[in-house]
Design a protein around this ligand. Structure first.
Ligand code: ZN
Length: 331
């Protein structure tokens, strides 16, 4: 038990934990000591001290002090056992966010090194360097990520738990364009589009999180919802920054809640115009659900056989697309 505790406290230093909770502090002198406001009692002048070397806190205002376990017990009013469970979960989540962030950055650098991958993006109509940077689009060459992450100190166990590396300890993403899926707090999943045609779409195991880029899109009174990230990329490039993506045509409860959290919002559903009508069927059904909760929804019809990505590739302009939106009747 004692050993487990020490490991947990090493893995999640007190100062890191506090900063993850948005605690702001300033250094005291040049040593390992920091001071900020205390979360355990109301105060306006900072009296909460953390010694990063000793991994301990002490508050001169309320007199509380101790280690990470003590702080969490007090601030969250948890028992000792509950605190351990909470911190283990917290630390596992923080580890996976950290390794996914590192992976996204690594894949972004790989894109710069691979002309074939950059060519593929061009062919899919994604060419604006600022957009590629904004969306943090990268490239997974395969057979390089594992070595890089191990060298950065991440454990093989973590790489396998997040699904970045498979059971045979090989990189899971191989020759794929990669879009990181982020929400407040960091990257939660990666979408990989194969350069070839076998298994074109892949995600890491685990949830896909929020609607894509929801933090920036939610502010718009009118929102465009598309099925895929290449659709989103060409629309952002054409100036439709109010586009978000469901990562498929079926919405799980969290994205649905987000889309309908403001009743004044107007939602345009631009799904694939495929022959068997699955995209259109899903769009109609979703529009009905949105209407039921009071959100205005329009199902947009693109010319037959097109999704937004192929429509722009076929030469459509922003004005053409805007005309499609305007032509979509409310349900
Ligand atoms: Zn205090």
């Amino acid at each position: 038990m004692g050993e487990e505790l020490e490991k947990l406290k090493q893995r999640l230093p007190l100062l890191d934990y506090l900063r993850q909770q948005n605690w702001t502090s300033r250094p005291v002198g040049h040593g390992p000591e920091f001071v900020g406001l205390c979360s355990l009692h109301p105060e306006t002048r900072p009296s909460f001290h953390v010694n990063a070397r000793k991994n301990l806190f002490y508050c001169h205002g309320c007199g509380e002090g101790g280690d990470l376990i003590r702080l969490v017990q007090l601030s969250r009013r948890l028992s000792f056992g509950q605190t351990l469970t909470y911190l283990q979960q917290h630390s596992a989540a923080a580890d996976s966010t950290s390794v996914l962030e590192e992976t996204a950055a690594f894949y972004q650098r790989q894109l710069q090194l691979c002309s074939e991958a950059r060519c593929y993006l061009q062919q899919r109509g994604v060419h604006d360097p600022a957009l590629i940077q904004d969306l943090r689009i990268g490239y997974a060459p395969g057979a390089r990520l594992r070595r890089h992450l191990l060298a950065q100190g991440y454990s093989l166990e973590l790489l396998q738990r997040t699904g970045l590396v498979n059971a045979q300890a090989r990189d899971a993403f191989y020759r794929r364009i990669v879009f990181p899926c982020s929400q407040v707090g960091g990257v939660v999943n990666l979408y990989g589009r194969s350069l070839g045609d076998t298994f074109p779409h892949r995600f890491l195991p685990g949830g896909k999180g929020d609607l894509f880029a929801w933090e920036s899109v939610r502010q718009f009174p009118t929102v465009i919802l598309v099925e895929g990230l290449f659709d989103l990329a060409v629309l952002w490039q054409a100036g439709f920054r109010n586009t978000t993506c469901a990562l498929g045509s079926r919405l799980t409860p969290t994205p649905f809640r987000q889309l309908s959290d403001r009743l004044t919002r107007r939602v345009y559903l631009v799904f694939d115009q495929d022959e068997n009508q699955t995209g259109q069927g899903a769009a109609q059904q979703l529009a009905r659900r949105l209407e039921e909760v009071g959100v205005k929804a329009h199902v947009v019809a693109l010319p037959s056989g097109h999704d937004p990505n192929s429509y722009f590739l076929a030469g459509a302009t922003a004005a053409d697309f805007a005309a499609c939106l305007q032509g979509a009747p409310p349900r």
